[in-house]
Design a protein around this ligand. Sequence first.
Ligand SMILES: [Zn+2]
Length: 74
Amino acid sequence: MTATTKFFCPTCNTDRKFHREGINHRLHLILTVLTGGLWLVSWIAITIGRRYEPWNCNICDMPHHPPSANKKKK
Ligand SMILES: [Zn+2]
């Protein structure tokens, strides 16, 4: 499963669609059940950690991070 999004690509110098590998939540659900809930800790850590990984441009395939939501344009 691949997740997609769209933001400005500094390499292409224009808005591009980006993709990255999605999380197999069904697999993590099965592991959580099999480990009696212990795997839930890893599942949460992986889900949070994934948010900090870069996306790859569909055109140039360069890894980039989306523009920070904290930067407000005036
Ligand atoms: Zn690009």
